[in-house]
Write a protein of this length. Structure first.
Length: 381
């Protein structure tokens, strides 16, 4: 059974009694599952296209809304006004305010990190990473740490997720801006996982440092549009999920310098029903096959390993949101191999954008709608 070391998990272990309390009269429903009855309770409603959730050490939570707003949720389930101090966000189509992340050693690194779509000079945009100090209900001292170069998106495939590694670096998963060939180009950031120091500088042991034909920030390449990422609680390896085109959503475990194939290798086809022009097959020599693949795309987004023993028989499982099929996906693992899949919450009609484990051991979900919700998910028996 998986165990998450407390030295590496301040937010999960330092305050086990903290929880987001549902407001009086909150909607609550129960559903069957293979592991028992699960209860879904609405904590917050009325969010506009919420994208990411992150817990602070004091039990409050931060929620990003795609139009460019960041909110605080109190431990009593009260929603703040939008925080002041965010940089300008390019909120068009799939662009907007994206991931939000709190470092696991927040007491030593008291910054809030976030990604967002940033406008370029030609009507296009790209993903940027920034950090700021949270002071009251305002972000101060905003520092832009990284900008996707070049800015190529007309509104699609920004990614992105932030993951803090144990060595003090961080990973940022980046979409290919719907410009397929860029995922194979090492002189561009599109379709890459990048690894940075927390001040935005480049770690000297990144795989392409010293290669004049590649960008130093790149960790892995050949990704399409990754929207879920997390560290495996035992191996501490990075796991990433990404959208395929029409079919071929994937889970990958990005290794330094490795090529994950897009668009040369894919299990999917174009939305038009035609083959991907650049594709050479489902598996192509010189590229890494996916560790897990969905031939029919659920529209994966968000990722959380269930590590808390209070989750009972869910402990050790991996949870991923599904936008297209409007479900929560539960994956049982045997080491780095997915051994079983269960679909949960079908029939609610809610696109699940993000999945996080809270400091109280419960799972929390964000639903991607104009009237989006923050939901609490508990296994009852």
């Amino acid at each position: 059974m998986l165990r998450f070391p407390c030295a590496l998990a301040l937010l999960l272990c330092a305050a086990p009694s903290l929880a987001l309390t549902p407001p009086e009269g909150a909607d609550s429903s129960e559903y069957p599952s293979e592991r028992g009855t699960l209860r879904v309770t609405s904590i917050v409603e009325g969010l506009e296209r919420p994208w990411a959730l992150a817990f602070l050490p004091d039990g409050r939570a931060l929620v990003s809304e795609k139009p460019g707003r960041l909110r605080l949720v109190s431990d009593a389930g009260e929603l703040s006004a939008p925080l002041e101090g965010l940089p300008e966000v390019w909120a068009q189509r799939q662009g907007g305010l994206l991931d939000i992340a709190v470092p696991p050693d927040f007491e030593h690194d008291p910054w809030i990190y976030f990604t967002y779509a940033e406008a370029g000079d030609d009507g296009r945009a790209g993903t940027a990473l920034a950090r700021a100090r949270l002071e009251g209900e305002r972000l101060n001292g905003v520092e832009v740490l990284f900008r996707q170069a070049d800015k190529l998106s007309t509104g699609n495939h920004f990614g992105s997720r932030i993951v803090f590694a144990d060595d003090g670096t961080l990973f940022v998963a980046l979409g290919e801006n719907n410009q397929r060939p860029t995922a194979q180009r090492l002189d561009l950031h599109q379709g890459k996982v990048v690894r940075l120091n927390r001040d935005g500088s480049v770690p000297t042991d990144n795989p392409f440092v010293g290669d004049d034909d590649a960008l130093d920030e790149i960790w892995s390449y050949g990704h399409r549009n990754p929207q879920g990422a997390a560290l495996h609680p035992d191996s501490r390896a990075l796991w990433v999920n990404e959208h395929g085109p029409r079919g071929g959503d994937e889970i990958n475990l990005p290794q330094p310098g490795a090529n994950y194939g897009w668009p040369l290798a894919t299990h999917g086809i174009d939305y038009s029903g035609q083959s991907i022009a650049e594709a050479q097959g489902a598996e192509v020599e010189g590229t890494e096959p996916p560790d897990y693949v969905w031939e029919i795309s659920p529209g994966v987004s968000g990722m959380a390993f269930a590590t808390d023993e209070r989750l009972g028989e869910w402990q050790g499982d991996l949870f991923i949101g599904a936008l297209a099929t409007e479900e929560l996906i539960r994956l049982e693992l045997d080491g780095d191999r997915v051994s079983h899949e269960e679909r949960l919450l079908a029939g609610r009609g809610e696109r699940i954008r993000d999945v996080r484990q809270g400091p109280d051991g419960a799972l929390y979900l964000l639903t991607d709608h104009d009237d989006g919700k923050l939901l609490k998910l508990e296994l009852l028996d």
